[in-house]
Structure formats: C-alpha cells, structure tokens
Design a protein around this ligand. Structure first.
Ligand code: KDO
Length: 332
C-alpha cells in the first residue's frame, strides 16, 4: 500500500532514473500514444461506457485509449503510484486515494459535504481546488482532468434489521475500500469497517465475510450486489466522485491543440456519464424493490449529525485549510 513515506522513495527513484514514460516522439509531436487506463471499474459502469463512446473517438487522431477494468492491470488503490512511477498513463482516482499522498485531499472524503452532482462539478471547476490540483501535479506528476460523478453512496446490507440511526449500525461489518479515509467513513457511519477491494465485494457478500457494503445505486445494480443483499438504506452519506487522473509527463508530450482535445473529451465523457448516473439513481429504487429488497430512508439527519461531527473532530480535519469548508458550502 502506498503511503507518503513510500511515495517519497518512488519519486526519488523516478527522478534518479530519468523517469521514462511509455510514449514515443518529441514534445509537441506526440503521435500514436497509447493511454492505458487502469481502474477497479467494470466495463458496464456508465463511466466506462462514456469513456469508450465519447473520450476514445475524440482523441483517436493522436492517441489510443486502452482501458483495463476490474483492477486487472493495477490493484485498486495502487494506480496513482503506478502513474507516479511512469508505469501507467491514466486512472479514475478517488479523493480517498489522493489523501493517502496529499493529506489536504481528505476534505473531499468527508461525508455530507458536497450537496449533489451539480455542486460537485462546480466545486471542481472553481478555484477552491487549485492548490490541491497543483500539489498533485508537482508531487505526484498526476494531472486531474475532470470530475466524474459516481453517485450518492447508500448502505446495502445482507441482514433485514431496520436501520434508523448510526446506533443501529453497531457491530455491522461494513465493507469499505482499503484506505484510511474510506475506513474512517465506515466508522463515522457507526459500523465496523472491513477493507475489501471492489472486485471482491460480491463474493464477500455472498459468503457472509461482510454484512454489507456502501455504493451508489447504479454501482449496486451494475455489480449485482442486490442479488446477495436484502436491503438498501438511503443514507446518501457521500456524493461520491472520482477524478480522471492523467500522467503529467505524458500530458506534456502533447501539443496545445491535442491537450485541448483531450481536456474536452474528458469533460464531455464525464458529462454524459453524470447525466446517465443521475437518471439511473432516479429509476433504480423501483428496480430494487421489484427484486424484493427493502429500500427506505432512515433518519438522515441523525447520520448527517454524527458523520459531520466525527469528521470535524478527526485528525483529517487538521489538514484542511482554514475557511475551505465555508468556501465549498458557498459554491452555488
Ligand atoms: C468502491 O470500491 O466501493 C468504489 O465505489 C470506490 C470508488 O472510489 C471507485 O474506485 C469505484 O469503487 C470504482 O470505480 C468501481 O465502481
């Protein structure tokens, strides 16, 4: 697992070795560059589909988009390190992964912070994130092109005990992705967080190794978690986001026009995926009910109160620039 200490070693090695990246050609003349994208994402996720339908054709004249799904090329959570080392061109990174390396990112891992997809997009496009984006480029060699909306995370459980407040989550083994910030979210929800990589969640639910997982409704349907669970508790505890993370060294090989094309292609793909995820979130409650799951809204205010208080009192909050929460809240 990459942490700040190992990362310092990575950059030192990369710089020392002259950090070769897998592109050919001179600066300003990049041709035929293969952009390998690694993520635990499935090929049927709306974001994967949009990248293939919108991003790939738009850049076809000078680059080839080559996605690797289900964490088969790099394991979930190791992609940023791979980009930093010059071993990967692209990933779909989470704030939780970025926070492992640049602590300030943990602000975007906090539950009940971003209000909705529109707020998420406006915050990404505002100057509030400029410093974090710059640190990410300077320290990691990773350029964050655009924000992809994953959806509102909901609690999805094998058992049928009704959950009204975080107190009802006591003792529930809730799967979270394996990083400190993700595990903290599980604790803030009142559960016992258990780290499991995304591609292993279905089996962990099926065998009872975990009692539940949290993900947005479109992800739940896409990965068929509903087949092995009994209820979905609509906590909407995190308006989740991923960023298209791009190797800065590879980016710098492209001409200004090519960079503009890449940027537009990423933004357009993200927008298509965002609209599709939002539509699915509206439609899927009925789908899960038809499949026999209980789907209901708990005491969301009780969850909001505990989660927000836990984050503000956490060690993460010490790394948040003064006034940043207020600036995020002020974005309309
Ligand atoms: C997950 O592992 O639960 C998660 O939803 C975390 C996200 O940050 C993202 O990595 C996502 O998985 C993958 O894109 C798979 O949908």
């Amino acid at each position: 697992m990459l942490n700040r200490r190992t990362f310092l070693k990575v950059t030192a090695t990369a710089v020392g070795a002259g950090a070769v990246v897998s592109v050919s050609g001179e600066s300003a003349k990049a041709q035929g560059v293969t952009l390998r994208m690694s993520s635990p994402i499935t090929p049927t996720d709306q974001r994967s589909i949009a990248l293939e339908e919108v991003f790939a054709p738009a850049i076809k004249g000078f680059a080839t988009y080559q996605p690797h799904y289900n964490g088969t090329l790099f394991k979930q959570g190791t992609e940023l390190e791979a980009i930093a080392r010059g071993n990967l061109e692209m990933s779909i990174a989470s704030a939780q992964e970025l926070a492992q390396l640049i602590p300030g990112w943990s602000i975007f891992t906090a539950g009940y912070l971003l209000r909705d997809a529109d707020h998420q997009k406006k915050v990404f496009q505002s100057n509030i994130m400029d410093d974090l984006k710059k640190q990410t480029e300077d320290k990691l060699g990773v350029k964050l092109l655009t924000v992809m909306y994953l959806g509102r995370r909901q609690i999805n459980l094998r058992g049928d005990k009704e959950i009204k407040t975080p107190a009802d989550m006591a003792g529930v083994k809730l799967r979270m992705p394996n990083s400190e910030a993700w595990l903290f979210l599980g604790t803030a929800l009142g559960a016992n967080p258990v780290p499991v990589a995304f591609p292993e969640v279905y089996t962990a639910l099926q065998t009872g190794a975990i009692d539940g997982q949290d993900n947005p409704l479109p992800t739940n349907r896409d990965s068929k978690f509903f087949e092995v669970t009994k209820q979905i508790v609509l906590t909407s505890h995190l308006v989740d986001q991923n960023y298209i993370a791009f190797s800065k060294k590879v980016w710098d090989k492209f001409t200004k026009e090519q960079q503009a094309t890449l940027q537009k292609a990423a933004d357009d793909a993200a927008e298509v995926a965002r609209q599709r995820q939002l539509k699915l979130e509206d439609e899927l409650v009925a789908f899960f009910k038809e499949k026999g799951l209980k789907v209901y809204t708990p005491d969301v205010e009780a969850f909001r109160k505990k989660v927000q208080a836990d984050y503000l009192a956490s060690k993460f909050a010490k790394d948040w620039p003064a006034g940043m929460i207020e600036k995020i809240n002020a974005v309309r």
